[in-house]
Design a protein around this ligand. Sequence first.
Ligand code: PBG
Length: 329
Amino acid sequence: MYPTIPFDRHRRLRRTPALRSMVRETHLHVEDFIYPVFVVEGEGVKNPIASMPGIFQFSLDELKKEIDEVVSLGIKSVIFFGIPDVKDAVGSQAYCSTGIVQRAISQSKEQYPDLVAVADTCLCEYTDHGHCGVLEDGYVNNDESLVLLAKTAVSQAKAGADIIAPSNMMDGFVATIRQALDEAGFENIPVMSYAVKYASAFYGPFREAAQSAPGQGDRKAYQMDPANRLEAFREAESDTMEGADFLIIKPALSYLDIIRDIRNNYHQPIVAYNVSGEYAMVKAAAINGWVDEKKIVMEKLISMKRAGADMIMTYHAKDAAKWLLEEGK
Ligand code: PBG
């Protein structure tokens, strides 16, 4: 029996693939992706990360080949994470001019001058205790950490970084780094701030890749409580006042509401960080044949853009770039 009350025929616009693509509101482009890479000392090293199938730690010679592939897929930007051989209490290798990440950045910029090299600015991969700043009686000292983070940012800019991306969650890091960059003559180097970064269990696999799990305690005294939303506005507000050129929200998948909130209230480009645990879960299910990897990944990535992200840092970037190429995009 047909209803006699009026109803809308939404299916009209879904009838054919061509119609559906005409009315599609959100699109993924290879330009959206920022691909994370992990670099280590040595030669001929390509260490697989067990919890992140398809992701490796590269020595500089192997990194060269990886960057070739990334660029050949049309990916425009890479974020570099360095894992030094020697770690100490103050993360000296983070701001050493010959540190692993500095060499990785300058090598890659020499190889591809147009590549957008993003430097993750943090101490956790470089400290022997694994915290993102310097410890004082087991507590990360904010202002002392700022001094070292500013040095790190300047050394990364000197190495050729196009963007400084501080992920340490110290208060005042954007202001401190902005001032240090300006004083060193890098007033044209933007700061892509990890403005809204939660203390998340989704970083687990990254800490294996970056060998940066805190030896003691956790990061809850500096990263945000996953239960909080208004705090995200306060974080975005201070970073904006301090001069952040981009705002990162991290993780992405469980925080799409926050991405939308920040998109609606701020006007910088918004970056979603599709983190290691989000990658690992999809990979594990895909390897078991429980989900269709391509479909799941593309749905995840489009949902981040629909939520308001302009760019996505993602370990899926190479795969997604291949799939977009296959579709002629
Ligand atoms: C450094 C940093 C982390 C990630 C990016 N930068 C780890 C952390 O805060 O513990 C996580 C990225 C990921 O999980 O993919 N502080």
